[in-house]
Design a protein around this ligand. Structure first.
Ligand SMILES: [Zn+2]
Length: 422
């Protein structure tokens, strides 16, 4: 990934030099026209291997698999889906005025799309222009950078563009559309998944200043994670909502210091939750850290977007963004160590569990293997199951792989290793 990125940067530099030396207005060449999204994420620079840039600075990422059209002097000369590095097919081109339009719609599997909306009615299109093409030999690429850093859907699109490069493991099923609303809140000014669509429209407060959820790549990937898993096996629901009532339990098991509205305190990565809720949210956190890191990374961090309560003192918390480890050895065992109660869990413990079963052994479970476990545990749809617990997943892996099989044993060992088997 890094080598590829460097190559594009070097190529751009070459192109600028070539532009300066170009004397002919009618040079003919064969070009791939490439599109990048610009972004400046609030939670950049916290240990991720992909979507790299330092905090507060602008970066760009390929518009991978997005739909695009190329125009010369106002006339369309190419349309289709951009490649995994954001490029069109090779087009024969002369000097002229070029325009690239990129839609916020990416191909997802065969016959499916990820569609990003700004609100319920608009479907944004982005433009980038080259005044002329430089004189070059055949087979080179020209890079367009889509402008519009202030627009929310660019943040969402640049994050999704990263899926193709950062996490090539299959996670989208064929013939299924995924809808994301880039600037639309759920009730209570929150981001969420609701009835088959992801909404990234709330805000996180830092030092009294609200920052849109759209500007946090981990939030975008979290909500997209819900969208992917809910599309496969429904919502892991249960009676009682998120937080297992623990009014008397330690601060480390609560969200008291999470700033913003009360809705943001409904759950946080360190809070004690009902077991089913901890799985549902842990899966979404895992999806975010999975896309941003190499599969075997031993120091993968989730750039977490709420206050993290690391101790039991009133001021023992860190403001966002906080780098939370997806792989601790020994594991955090957060709930078992700090706030144990039967049939409870935390997003932190489950995120670490999924990271381990997905990455750390020859018996690893792919994204679709994990999907299969939950489909089996729930008999298809978890929305009507009534609260999946760790024991249901144990039964499922034994059913799929055999009670004594190394793969089932690996899942069960990690349940115990992370102490999510409460
Ligand atoms: Zn969530």
């Amino acid at each position: 990934m890094m080598r590829q990125f460097m190559r594009i940067i070097l190529l751009s530099a070459t192109l600028f030099a070539a532009t300066a030396f170009s004397g002919s207005a009618h040079a003919v060449g064969t070009y791939a026209l490439c599109a990048n999204w610009q972004y400046a994420f609030v939670d950049a620079g916290l240990g991720e291997d992909f979507l790299l840039n330092s905090s507060g600075s602008y970066g760009s990422v390929a518009a991978a698999s997005f739909y695009a059209r190329v125009y010369r002097n106002g006339q369309q000369i190419w349309s289709g889906t951009l490649s995994s590095i954001g490029c069109s097919g090779q087009v024969s081109a002369t000097a002229g005025s070029y325009q690239l339009r990129v839609w916020t719609m990416a191909a997802a599997g065969s016959g499916g799309n990820i569609v990003i909306y700004r609100d319920l009615n608009t479907f944004p299109v982005y433009y980038a222009t080259w005044g002329s093409l430089p004189e070059l030999s055949s087979g080179l690429s020209l890079k367009f950078v889509t402008f519009g850093n202030s627009y929310s859907e660019v943040y969402v699109a640049s994050t999704i563009g990263q899926l193709e490069q950062g996490a090539p493991e299959a996670r989208f099923v064929d013939n299924h559309d995924y809808n994301i609303y880039a600037d639309v809140s759920c009730a209570g000014d929150l981001s969420c998944n609701n009835e088959g669509a992801a909404y990234v429209g709330g805000h996180i407060v830092i030092g009294g200043v609200p920052i849109p959820d759209n500007h946090w790549k981990a939030i975008i990937l979290h909500e997209l994670g819900h969208e992917i898993f809910i599309s496969q096996f429904g919502t892991i629901t249960g009676a009682g909502g998120y937080n297992e009532p623990c009014s008397g339990c330690a601060l480390k098991c609560r969200c008291d210091n999470v700033s913003g509205d009360e809705g943001n305190r409904a759950h946080c990565i360190n809070s004690r939750e009902y077991g089913y809720a901890a799985q549902q949210e842990g899966l979404a956190q895992f999806h975010a850290v999975d896309v941003l890191n190499n599969p075997n990374d031993g120091d993968a961090l989730l750039p977490y977007y709420k206050e993290f309560q690391w101790g039991n003192g009133a001021s023992d918390y860190l403001p966002p963004p906080v780098g939370i480890g997806a792989y601790f050895n020994p594991p955090s065992r957060w709930v078992a160590t700090n706030c144990s109660a039967s049939l409870t869990g935390s997003e932190l413990d489950w995120m670490q569990f999924y990271w381990r079963v997905n990455n750390k052994d020859t018996n690893k479970y792919s994204i679709m293997d994990i999907v299969h476990v939950y489909q089996t545990a729930c008999g298809g749809d978890c929305s009507n199951f009534g609260g999946v617990q760790w024991d249901n997943t144990r039964w499922a892996v034994e059913n799929i792989h055999g009670i004594q099989s190394p793969k089932a044993t690996y899942w069960k060992d990690q349940l115990q290793n992370q102490r999510v088997n409460l």
